[in-house]
Ligand binder design. Structure first.
Ligand SMILES: [Zn+2]
Length: 220
């Protein structure tokens, strides 16, 4: 197949579609995509739907992508169940600690630092389309340009056990709380903007009375 004929010249997706069609072992493909980035399957699907070459050469690829994606989603759910079990073992409820605010702080820190990345990364596999945003437990987050409701992952979430689903929402909520605190403390800790080098030598600095983060506004 001539690679330059592919739509939009996204050759990685064209190669993926070839692999998807030529690899008989579904489990091998699930392993491959589960270990990759959540956007890969979305990108491959988008490529196929716009590429006449792939549609003609690999007519069954789209159905196979759906099969793989469903299997990857099932594995994501299993992994979330596993993370929940791990959390229960490492941070058991303690009747004697429930009046101890330190205990709650530790749990929020644990939910965030240990599970946030693992859970949120996997949630991207469950979304109907590729979209990098933070998640919120709120159904209609205020900052919808940067945050989307975790319910956008769809009904598949209800396949989780009630305890694991609860855990999932706790992790997302703890991440939201922690992020807000982190932003606030981080801003307070930066009293000055640092400018560039002065023409005559040395650094030019500026006061930062509002505690703005010099670079964070540009980081998505
Ligand atoms: Zn193609």
């Amino acid at each position: 197949m001539e690679e330059y004929e592919h739509a939009r010249k996204d050759l990685q997706q064209a190669r993926d579609i070839e692999i998807i069609s030529d690899t008989g072992d579904l489990q091998e493909l699930v392993d491959y995509f589960y270990a990759g980035e959540p956007c890969f399957l979305h990108d491959d699907r988008n490529h196929w739907t716009e590429c006449a070459v792939c549609q003609k050469t690999y007519p069954d690829a789209l159905a196979r992508i759906e099969t793989i994606h469903n299997a990857v989603r099932e594995r994501v759910l299993q992994r979330i169940e596993g993370l929940y079990k791990q959390f229960v073992e490492e941070f058991p409820d303690s009747a004697s600690a429930v009046n101890d605010s330190r205990w709650y702080a530790d749990r929020i820190a644990a939910l965030t630092s240990t599970y946030s990345v693992s859970i949120i990364w996997r949630l991207y596999f469950l979304l109907p389309e590729h979209y990098w945003k933070n998640f919120s437990v709120l159904p209609s987050p205020l900052d919808s340009a940067k945050v989307r409701p975790v319910s956008d992952c769809g009904r598949i979430l209800t396949s989780l056990s009630p305890d694991a689903l609860h855990f999932l929402f706790l992790v997302v909520l703890a991440t939201e709380v922690h992020q807000a605190l982190y932003d606030k403390l981080w801003r307070m800790s930066i009293p000055v903007f640092f400018g560039g080098a002065k023409p005559g030598g040395g650094l030019e600095t500026y006061d930062n009375p509002d505690g703005l983060v010099p670079w964070a506004e540009t980081i998505e």
